[in-house]
Design a protein around this ligand. Structure first.
Ligand SMILES: N[C@@H](CCC(=O)N[C@@H](CS)C(=O)NCC(=O)O)C(=O)O
Length: 209
């Protein structure tokens, strides 16, 4: 089994933080995405979305999309507590927050970064105005997270979950957009400090330095 990735890329980091939390080790293969290695024919044969991360199983089956990869491991190696929730209500709450943060936060942040910096202009049409609008939308989304963390220790409620991992990756990524957690977002600030101390997060980030 192998994961094709670029370790510091946010979507790969999401899978790495998830696997570290579960204590699962998987061989990694580095893909130079900035250099366009993900655009070559052999990689595209493995990845439906032409992006990293990709999980390749021993029988050659491949899976892309970071959350699909995390779900595979969560189902294959069930653990309690599960990072996808343990009861019907928890699972629904985790799914809800995971999707909210992904759709209104992380993907919007990706659009901002890609369109403002033009980092992938060799493969897509970059629209700076769309990037700036996306950045504003991301900034406007942050108070929603701050309100949620006013009464809950974690994004989806009482337990650390995949929604926290996605949010952690989002907050880290915001530095590339020059978006900081200022004093108007105190609950995200304290959540971020607390979550950063997780041994799994420390271990993964430690490997990257
Ligand atoms: N929704 C996908 C997003 C994957 C994604 O955007 N990967 C980026 C790195 S974070 C990538 O491969 N970029 C290279 C490119 O777009 O050509 C997931 O969660 O796996």
């Amino acid at each position: 089994m192998k994961i094709y990735e670029q370790p510091t890329a946010p979507s790969a980091l999401r899978v790495s933080l998830f696997l570290a939390e579960m204590g699962i080790h998987v061989e990694r293969v580095n893909v130079d995405i900035r250099g366009g290695e993900n655009l070559n024919e052999s990689f595209q044969a493995k990845s439906l979305n032409n992006k990293i991360p990709v999980l390749e199983l021993d029988d050659g089956t491949t899976l892309c999309e970071s959350i699909a990869i995390c779900r595979y491991f969560a189902e294959q190696y069930p653990a309690t507590p599960s990072l996808f929730g343990d009861t019907p209500l928890e699972r629904a709450q985790v799914e809800m927050w995971q999707r909210i943060v992904e759709l209104q936060g992380l993907l919007v942040g990706f659009q901002a970064f890609r369109n403002i910096t033009g980092v992938y202009k060799d493969r897509e049409n970059c629209v700076e105005a769309w990037g700036n609008e996306s950045k504003d939308r991301l900034i406007n989304f942050l108070p929603t997270l701050n309100r949620q963390l006013e009464n809950c220790p974690y994004i989806a409620g009482e337990k650390y979950s995949i929604a926290d991992i996605t949010t952690y990756v989002l907050v880290k990524f915001m530095a590339y957009l020059d978006i900081r957690l200022d004093d108007t977002l105190p609950n995200i600030q304290s959540w971020y400090t607390r979550v950063s101390e997780h041994p799994a997060i420390q271990a993964v980030l430690g490997e990257q330095t």
